[in-house]
Design a protein around this ligand. Structure first.
Ligand code: ZN
Length: 318
C-alpha cells in the first residue's frame, strides 16, 4: 500500500512538473520520502508539499500563484485519499479469499502511543480501567495525586504490579505557578514518598497540575531528578464528559509518538479510553508507557526538561 502511494505521488508530481515546465516554470526538487508518510495529518501533507515548491527560476515570477498551488495540493491529496479508500475496499474483499494473509497485513504495526491518566487513583473507576488495560495487555502512565495515593494504596500497588508507569501529579493539585518554591518542593516530595512507600520506586516523571510551570518549577524538577511530562493530544475529557466525542478526538489526533492526556476520575473518560485503545490497536498502534515511548525513539529523558511527544522539542518553559 505504501509503495502504491509513493508511485501515485511520483506520477502526479511528474505531471505537475511537465505542466510547470510548459509554462516556463521550474519546479524545485521535492523529497518523496518526506511526503509519503501516511501517518501524517492531511494539513501536514499540504504544508510540506507547499514548502517543497521553491520560487521558480523563471522571469515570470508574478505568474506563479502560490495559493493556487495549495488548492492543487488539496485536490491531489483528495484524489489520493479516494485511491487509498478504493484500495482498502479491494483489500477487504480479498479478505474472503485469503483471510489469514490479509489479516496479518491489515494489522501491521504503525506506531507507538503513550496514554496517560491524571488525578487518580479513583476508588471505583481506576480498577475498571486497570481491568480493561490488563485484558488488552496495554501499559499506561498514571500521574497520581499524593492525596489519593494515601487513600487508595492498594490500587497504586496494583498499577505497579501490572507494569504501568507511575508519575507524580503533586499532592493536592495546586497551581505550581501560584505557590512558593518551597511549596512546589513539598508537593512533589510528599507524593514521591507516598508512592515510594508502596512501590519501592521513586517516580522520575512529573506532570504539574494544569500543566502550569515556570522557571522555578523546572529548576525544582531538575534538582529532584524529574522530567516534566505534558501531552500532545488533549481531548478535554474533563470538560466534555462525552465518551464518543473524546474517543473520536483521540483516534483523529493520535499519531506515532503521541502522548494522550486523560483523567481516570470520570466514567466517560474511561469509556472513551477503552474504545480509542481498541480502535488504535486495530489500526496497528501499540501502547507503551511515557518512559518507553521516548526510549524507543532513542530520546533520553532529562531531569528538568519538558516532554510533550517525540515531535516536540524539549527545554524552555513553554
Ligand atoms: Zn490534574
Amino acid at each position: 500500500m505504501k509503495k502504491a502511494l509513493i508511485v501515485l505521488y511520483m506520477l502526479i508530481f511528474s505531471a505537475i512538473f511537465v505542466g510547470c515546465a510548459g509554462k516556463g516554470f521550474v519546479l524545485a526538487h521535492f523529497d518523496a520520502a518526506m511526503i509519503t508518510n501516511e501517518d501524517k495529518p492531511r494539513e501536514t501533507h499540504i504544508e510540506e508539499l507547499s514548502a517543497t515548491i521553491q520560487v521558480p527560476a523563471s522571469p515570470n515570477v508574478d505568474n506563479f500563484n502560490f495559493p493556487n498551488w495549495q488548492k492543487i495540493f488539496v485536490d491531489i491529496i483528495t484524489h489520493l485519499e479516494a485511491e487509498i479508500a478504493m484500495n482498502n475496499i479491494t483489500t477487504n474483499n480479498n479478505n474472503y479469499i485469503n483471510e489469514g494473509y490479509i489479516e496479518e497485513e491489515e494489522k501491521s504495526f504503525v506506531g507507538h502511543i503513550a496514554i496517560t491518566f491524571d488525578d487518580g487513583p479513583h476508588p471505583t473507576l481506576t480498577p475498571i480501567l486497570l481491568d480493561a488495560l490488563y485484558a488488552r495487555d496495554v501499559r499506561a502512565t498514571f500521574f497520581l495525586l499524593g492525596m489519593e495515593v494515601d487513600r487508595h494504596p492498594h490500587i497504586v500497588a496494583r498499577m505497579y504490579e501490572e507494569g504501568h508507569l507511575i508519575g507524580n501529579h503533586s499532592f493536592g493539585h495546586p497551581f505550581f505557578t501560584r505557590i512558593s518554591r518551597q511549596g512546589i518542593i513539598d508537593e512533589i516530595y510528599r507524593t514521591n514518598r507516598s508512592i515510594e512507600a508502596i512501590t519501592g520506586t521513586v517516580p522520575t516523571t512529573l506532570r504539574p497540575p494544569y500543566g502550569a510551570r515556570n522557571t522555578a518549577v523546572l529548576e525544582v524538577a531538575r534538582e529532584m531528578d524529574m522530567s516534566v511530562v505534558l501531552w500532545s493530544v488533549d481531548p478535554r475529557d474533563w470538560s466534555f464528559r462525552n465518551a464518543a466525542l473524546v474517543r473520536d478526538h483521540i483516534v483523529d489526533h493520535a499519531v506515532d509518538g503521541s502522548v494522550v492526556l486523560l483523567h481516570d476520575i470520570h466514567e466517560s473518560s474511561i469509556e472513551a479510553a477503552i474504545m480509542a485503545i481498541d480502535i488504535l490497536i486495530e489500526q496497528g498502534f501499540a501502547f507503551v508507557t511515557v518512559e518507553e515511548l521516548f526510549e524507543i525513539n532513542t530520546m533520553t529523558m532529562q531531569a528538568g526538561e519538558i516532554y510533550r511527544s517525540i515531535y516536540h522539542s524539549v527545554g524552555g518553559t513553554q
